[in-house]
Design a protein around this ligand. Sequence first.
Ligand SMILES: [Zn+2]
Ligand SMILES: [Zn+2]
Length: 265
Amino acid sequence: MLKAVIATKHKKAPLIAPALKPLGYNVVTTSLFDTDTLGMFTNEVQRDCSAQTAALIKAQQACELTGEQCGLGSEGSFGGGPYPGLMNWDEEVICFYDKHTDIAIYGHAGGPFSPSSLTINSETNVESIIAACQRFKEQNWILDDTQTLYKGLSFEGLVALFKEKAPKAGIITPDLRAMYSGQRQAIIRLAAEDLARRLASKCPQCQCANFVAKQLTKGLLCELCSMPTQQVKSTTSLCDSCGYNHIEANEKHVADATYCQFCNP
Ligand SMILES: [Zn+2]
Ligand SMILES: [Zn+2]
């Protein structure tokens, strides 16, 4: 089996390994590189590059430090998403880097993230913490009492520490590190599946990976009036290496009139 090495202190290898195993990759962890230097969710270190760049740097560093050919880097971003302000969103990217070819492939996934923070004031009590936090079974927490950051607290640990310190100010936030966040873990698994799909899709001309649909062309014709709609007419798979492309028409040859701005304005 080929090795794909990931630098992480946050137990990400078990989340990614099952997706890559059928492709012959054994995902192993190195702790030689402190990924926190690239940014932390707690704002102790701010990330000053894009998530994709951070994932690439992590994957390249993993190769460099271990001497392995293939490295992985994973990075999450919170906020944004399709409903900003209404729903928090977690976007995960996993980079697969091959040192020999210098090619990087990125798997992506995103999903809603529901645990949210609770500002502490003189009114805050154990009941308010139960109401805000208890239902998120697979989420750990950070208590910031304005003096100290207490991280990685289970719900029970959070309640016990709150009783002990009885802070009158500060904030309780979800601990976003992968091993402390069940919702994040689920999205990292999906990003790993997207990565596996890309690694398995080879260009028919040069055999390079990541030969997947990269462009969508809209304009599928309406079934009733034959005017173009916003529905996808075809997808184009494109090779990053040799430029070969393949256009695939939508299996549906006509669009449902529901999507037609003339028949169903
Ligand atoms: Zn190609
Ligand atoms: Zn129509």
